[in-house]
Write a protein that binds this ligand. Structure first.
Ligand code: 5AD
Ligand code: SF4
Length: 483
């Protein structure tokens, strides 16, 4: 397939570069008349894969499309613009996306004016973009994580000037403020505190797809939180690939602990944050989480492996011992805290003994929840070049053993809640059974419960009758709308 001269294709080498250059802050967003009415009488549909950062990006895409007078659509079949916001973290995430793009071929056949756009982390990958150029002619637009704010202009070009457009910058990135946002939730909201990642764990593609670590200012974050509070939001989640690094790139001496305390003082009812790296998780952070009632007692602390040699090869900057020390400290100093983790099995050449160290660590920590993955080589990362002699059957077997192990502890942990009362922020009626409601406890446990006169956004006290591995069942005692 011919590459057009005005296309900008991704370049993983360029994306890897880190300089000490100041981060550009851009807080001006305005639509010119030639793009403002492109969406009049037209609809959009956004499909989002992957992490919370992507969900938040989709809210910005929706906000921009609203500003261009598009309306949201329930189904891709009714849309004029379909955007697929993609994830590149593992091969199976990519396969799901390619499956969805494949399915859209049928819709495109019936409506040749349909604009199918692919954006997000997969668009930052060289190989993937070439695959889509060659094999998926129904995709008329591809743009990267650094190009979102230019959506109006890109759509103008695709709709009025070109057949296809590819615009993927590979750079450290900027901080954009004041982009429009269409929040998908009415009670819970995502708040970016920083973008990108500089950790370069050897297995991970994220630092290449999302640029360098760059923080929003504390003033902007607090302004957003206060507005959310005023709009009636009950819970916010502060987002960053590695929130402990917050503020390191700013000229001020704010760090994450300072920010967290300031956010708590807004008195928004519930605060969560994601994700913390075990390296650089400060005592001050632990103290702040313990001090404020509206910071939820829940920490997601990715361990990745319980073996120090594997951790070193992963470039994780901590050992199994230091992870344990931090884990104990968090558990001892934050009353009632729940701790979850991410674990990768089958990192190149992981031995049985090294895998056993991971199991030992799970037996020690007894996590409340684990997200477990088989290592997936990502082109362009250092680990993808490492020799790997572990057969895939062995990796699958390790994953099954690991899951059995942590499931046992998750159930054990949940059993401790039986006969107790927890406060639940209600998401709404359960999809399977409208007489049952579902929501989350402060410790991030999924609670399904029965009750009356309950709606999304209520805080309800729930008596826990039965614990399961992934959720708990109970009944509402009373509810208090205003807390
Ligand atoms: N293979 C498998 N899992 C990965 N993760 C990140 N990169 C990879 C990869 N190449 C996992 C890590 C991370 C989580 C978001 O995804 O556990 O914490
Ligand atoms: Fe990936 Fe490591 Fe950065 Fe997390 S900290 S996004 S695992 S490179």
């Amino acid at each position: 397939m011919k590459i057009k001269s005005d296309w900008i294709l991704p370049d993983l080498k360029a994306a890897q570069k880190r300089t000490k250059n100041a981060v550009p802050y851009i807080n001006h967003f305005e639509l010119e008349d030639y793009v403002r009415y492109i969406g009049k009488g037209k609809k959009y549909y956004i499909s989002t894969f992957g992490c919370q950062a992507n969900q938040r990006d989709s809210e910005t895409l929706a906000g921009i499309l609203d500003a261009m007078n598009f309306e949201p659509s329930e189904k891709p079949e009714q849309a004029d613009v379909v955007l697929i916001n993609t994830c590149a973290v593992r091969q199976n995430a990519e396969e799901k996306v390619l499956g969805e793009i494949g399915n859209l071929k049928r819709v495109y056949r019936e409506n040749k004016d349909l604009v199918i756009g692919v954006c997000g982390c997969m668009a930052q990958e060289e190989k993937l973009v070439h695959t889509i150029i060659d094999k998926y002619p129904q995709v008329r637009l591809m743009f990267g994580t650094h190009n979102i704010q230019d959506l109006p202009n890109m759509l103008y070009k695709v709709i009025y000037q070109h057949e296809r457009l590819i615009q993927v910058y590979s750079k450290e990135g900027e901080v954009y403020e004041n982009l429009p946002v269409h929040r998908f939730g009415n009670d819970k909201a995502w708040v970016n505190i920083m973008y990108g990642c500089d950790k370069f764990c050897t297995y991970c593609i994220v630092p290449y797809t999302r640029g360098k670590e760059r923080s929003r200012t504390m003033e902007e974050i607090l302004k957003e939180v206060n507005e959310l509070k005023k709009d009636g939001y009950k819970e916010i989640t502060l987002l960053g690939q590695n929130v402990n690094a917050y503020g390191k790139d700013l000229a001020t001496n704010y760090d994450f602990a300072t920010l967290l305390a300031k956010v708590a003082e807004t008195e928004i009812p519930r605060i969560r944050f994601m994700t913390s790296h075990p390296w650089d998780f400060s005592d001050a952070m632990i103290d702040v989480i313990a001090k404020y009632d509206n910071i939820m007692p829940f920490v997601h602390l990715p361990m990745q492996s319980g073996d120090s040699d594997v951790l070193k090869k992963m470039g994780r900057r901590y050992t199994a011992e230091s992870y344990k020390t931090l884990f104990d400290k968090i558990q001892d100093r934050i009353p009632g805290v729940a701790i979850s983790t991410d674990i990768i099995v089958g990192f190149p050449n992981e031995t049985d003994e090294q895998f056993q160290h991971t199991l030992d660590m799970v037996n020690y920590c007894k996590f409340d929840n684990c997200f477990t993955f088989i290592y997936s080589p990502r082109e362009g990362t250092p680990a993808a070049k490492m020799e790997d002699t572990v057969p895939s059957e062995v990796k699958s077997k390790r994953l099954a053993i690991l899951n059995q192990t942590w499931n046992k502890y998750a159930l054990e942990k949940n059993k401790q809640y039986e006969g107790k009362v927890v406060q639940v922020l209600v998401d709404g009626p359960s999809k399977k059974d409208p007489s049952t409601f579902t929501g989350y406890s402060p410790e991030n446990k999924i609670i399904n419960f029965t009750g009356e006169n309950i709606k999304a956004g209520d805080f309800v006290d729930v008596y826990i009758e039965r614990a399961k591995t992934f959720s708990m069942d109970g009944k509402a005692l009373c509810y208090n709308k205003n807390k």
